[in-house]
Design a protein. Structure first.
Length: 471
């Protein structure tokens, strides 16, 4: 029988089948943060349980950490500091590796795990964070879990898992110049909707996917959850092999040949059945920007804010009208030219070294508009150091960007990285919900290059035009 890549990963990690829809799934790696793990450890302690496999756990402080560019960071918020302290205490007690507040390699969990070779093709990776789908870029099945499930994984290294349906999204052709993986995934979400992949594990395929770098694939898989996907996968290829072997120092000698052979089999068989399939042409993708309060409320930069009559039904029309009330935009107005007061470049979606290179390329020799406060929050200590060594940080700071320390930061309005009511932000994050970056704040999702262009001009700008005029 022909199997999909998703089915192969689930089958290879199934300890036992519980019923027609549920299995007991083994986890190769479980990642925790200070935000979603405290109750799980408390539950273990109350029951007198130990962590089953400490060496297959990893923890990081990333959500609540301040990003001010100081040498030694102190978490001033008392509840947040307690969360970080408790995580350190729990990790020490159970022998779990921790990237703590002032660890030189600290960063956002979905950035540091791949960059340190922890994610390999064929793995199942769990984390109490919805954007764990990121790891599908390396042919690993990653997905977010709840607090009670975190406790179960700590105690057993397994999860009671409801098997998803299979969806394939094929992207033919090549992305046009000036467009990125962020534009591609926003385009896809705008077409299938915020619930378009609900209940499905999505496999991305096609020429456009093959041409993406590994970091670009991470952006794609990271935001698949914004279409409701329960998982996102890309079959491993030569790029995947190179990326992983360059970072996984423990894979050496004959193990390299074994891994190469095993990973080559991690792809959907010819004739494998997908419950749902989509096909798109990469040539249709332009730089995308959100106009509303959901990632699917997005249009190409040269399009206008939709009209109410474009809504497919009454529910969609109500959502459109509510979004416009919140964002203060009007139907029919052009996206290009909308003024922004803040620019945020960061998050587990777009804070890797390739993202920062793209930003530096746009802003080199230019200055941030006087009406804009712009900040860059690297995804990890390793990314920050590399950006400084490559001279990117100097370019950004010379242009007027704030150069911060790693963390989730303004992605979810942490500490004082918060929008004021009415402030409009060009953001490289993954969600533009009401109040996501601060009560009353307005978020426009876009690629790093597009956010950089907005920082320079002071308004939402087609970066393709800016690049053309760059001397």
């Amino acid at each position: 029988m022909a199997h999909t890549l998703y089915q192969k990963l689930v089958d290879s990690h199934t300890v036992t089948r519980l019923d027609a829809q549920n299995v007991l799934l083994y986890a190769d790696l479980h990642i925790m943060n200070e935000y979603t793990s405290p109750q799980a450890f408390a539950g273990l302690k109350a029951q007198g349980r130990e962590v089953a496999v400490p060496t297959q756990q990893m923890a990081v402080v990333d959500h609540i950490i301040p990003t001010h560019p100081v040498q030694f960071r102190v978490i001033q918020d008392v509840p947040s500091a307690l969360q970080a302290t408790n995580l350190a205490k729990n990790c020490a007690e159970h022998g779990i590796a921790l990237f703590d507040t002032n660890d030189a390699l600290q960063g956002i969990e979905h950035v540091i795990a791949p960059e340190h070779g922890m994610i390999r093709p064929g793995m199942v990776v769990l984390c109490g964070d919805s954007h764990t789908t990121t790891y599908g870029a390396l042919g690993a099945l990653g997905f977010g879990i709840g607090t009670s499930e975190v406790e179960h994984v700590l105690a057993t290294q397994t999860l009671v898992y409801r098997v998803a349906q299979d969806m394939r999204i094929r992207i033919d052709g090549s992305l046009p110049s000036g467009t990125t993986a962020k534009d591609l995934i926003m385009y896809i979400i705008s077409r299938i909707g915020a619930q378009g992949a609900r209940g499905y594990a999505v496999e991305f395929a096609g020429m456009a996917i093959d041409e993406l770098s590994i970091e670009a694939r991470m952006t794609l898989c990271n935001m698949a959850v914004e279409a409701g996907a329960r998982g996102a996968l890309i079959a491993p290829d030569a790029k995947t092999l190179h990326y992983v072997l360059e970072r996984a120092a423990d894979i050496e000698g004959e193990m390299i040949d074994r891994c190469t052979t095993d990973w080559a089999a991690l792809r959907s068989d010819p004739g494998a059945r997908f419950e749902r399939e989509y096909r798109f042409d990469a040539a249709a993708v332009a730089p995308f920007v959100t106009w509303g309060t959901s990632p699917d409320q997005a249009v190409a930069i040269d399009d206008a804010v939709p009209l109410p009559e474009s809504a497919v039904d009454a529910t969609a029309r109500t959502a459109l009208e509510q979004a416009l009330r919140y964002t203060g935009l009007k139907s029919g107005m052009a996206m290009e030219g909308i003024a922004v007061q803040r620019v945020f470049i960061g998050s587990c979606t777009n804070a890797r070294i390739e993202d920062l290179r793209a930003v530096a390329e746009v802003v080199r020799g230019r200055k941030v508009a006087s009406s804009v406060r712009a900040m860059v929050v690297p995804g990890s200590g390793a990314v920050r150091l590399q950006a400084e060594q490559e001279g990117l940080a100097a370019i950004l700071m010379e242009s007027g960007f704030e150069w911060r320390r790693p963390g989730c930061s303004m992605c979810l309005a942490m500490n004082d990285d918060v929008l004021a009511p009415g402030e409009r932000c060009a953001s490289t994050t993954n969600r533009n919900f009401e109040g996501r970056q601060g009560r009353g704040g307005i978020t426009h999702l876009m690629s790093p290059a597009m956010a950089a262009a907005a920082a320079i001009t002071g308004y939402i700008t087609d970066v393709r035009k800016l690049e053309t005029s760059h001397v």
